[in-house]
Design a protein around this ligand. Structure first.
Ligand SMILES: [Zn+2]
Length: 157
């Protein structure tokens, strides 16, 4: 899976129409944004984003204006492979409402250690810069969506 491209201020995405790379600012992830070159609407990320570094993850979680669903996984983990297509469905159906990101705990093992991840897959939801819910084990997309809805409803002021 390709690693998501981020910089200090946002997520870098290619325009589906012209290929131009655009930055989606962390603070404006839920806004509709147009391509800087061809002015087509840029669609919100609709597939899981693999995190390439711990600073990327930290910046995204700290500044993102939409809930982030984090899948802690590793390539050797069978249940992680079962949940991967379910997360693809969630990312597609919830595009523009939540962002699904993947953390390979073999590569970003400092993140797994910092968040006390003891078993994988673990799904965690971050909102407003902090973790608001966590669950472990593989489950179907519908169950993941219920988990997201319950966590984000409970966190709403
Ligand atoms: Zn474009």
């Amino acid at each position: 899976m390709a690693v998501a491209e981020l910089d200090d201020r946002g997520l870098i995405v290619a325009c589906a129409n012209c290929g131009q790379k655009n930055r989606l600012a962390f603070e404006r992830l839920s806004d509709s944004v147009r391509c800087g070159q061809c002015h087509e609407n840029l669609s919100a990320p609709s597939s899981p984003l693999e995190m390439g570094s711990t600073p990327d993850f930290d910046r995204l979680v700290a500044h993102a204006t939409m809930p982030i669903v984090v899948d802690y996984w590793a390539p050797w983990c069978g249940p992680c492979r079962m949940v991967a297509p379910e997360l693809e469905k969630v990312a597609a159906r919830q595009a523009g409402r939540v962002l699904v990101v993947k953390v390979n705990t073999d590569v970003l093992n400092d993140l797994g250690a910092r968040h006390g991840i003891r078993s994988i897959p673990t799904l965690a939801i971050f909102a407003g810069g902090r973790e608001i819910a966590r669950t472990t084990g593989a489950r179907p997309a519908q169950d993941i969506e219920v988990f997201i809805a319950q966590a984000t409803d409970a966190a709403r002021p």
